[in-house]
Design a protein. Sequence first.
Length: 258
Amino acid sequence: MFRPRIIPVLTIKDKGLVKTVKFDKKRARYIGDPINAVHIFNDFEADELIFLDITATLENRCISTELVKSIGEEAYMSFAVGGGITNIEQIHQLISAGAEKVVINTSCMITPGLISEASRQFGNQSIVAALDIKKNLLGNYSIFINDGSKQWDIDIERHIRLLEELGAGELFINSIDRDGTMSGYDLGLVKYISEMVKIPVIACGGAGQLSDLAKVTSQAKASAAAAGSMFVYHGSRNAVLINYPDKEELLHTLETLQ
C-alpha cells in the first residue's frame, strides 16, 4: 500500500525554531534550537524535513547558509530550505551547503523565470514552488507573498499550471487560515490543486492528528503531508515536545479511510 511522505516543517525566526498561528509572526512562540530538533527527527527516522525562515523575505535576505550547513552536517534525511531566495547564486550556495531542495515562494510569483532557470541548472527534483493561500469572506482563494503579508492578484489556476510548465518539481501548498490551528487541512484546496497538476503536491497547514495526514493524502490526493504544530506540540495544553507519527499506525489509518 502506498505510504505518503510525512514531513515536519520547521519555521525559523532569529535563528530559533518558532511556531505561528495563521502566520502571525508577532506572536510566534519559541520552540527551541533547530539543530536539536534535527537530532530528534533523526532518531524518529523522519522521511524529510523542511526549514523555512519566515522573516527572510521581509528583511531582504536569504535563509542563512551557515544554518543550512549546520543542518546538513547533522541531518540523516534529505531536507529542503526556503526563505528569501531570489537568485541562482543563492540556490547554488544552499544546495552546496547540504540542502537537497530549495523552496521558492515570493520569487516564484514575482519572477517565475527563476523556476525555469533553477530547474535547468539543478534539476526539477531540487525545486519546490511554494504558495501561501488564504480564503476571503466570499470563499475565494488568493495567493499571498512576502511571508503572507501581501496579497498577490493573479489567477491561481493559470499560475500553478505555469509553475509546472516552467519546471517546478513539487508544489508546497500552505493554508494561511489553517496554519497552527491543528483543525485539519483545507481538503478542498489541496484536492483542487492536486488534480490540476501532474507533479507532487505537499500539503501544509492544519494537521493536528494522524487522521488528518491520512485524509489529505487519501482523499485530497496530496503526495506528502507536511505539518508544523503537530510535530512540536503534545497534549491539550500544547506542551513543547518534538514528536513524529508511527508509520505503521499511519498505514492502518489510511486503510480504514479507504
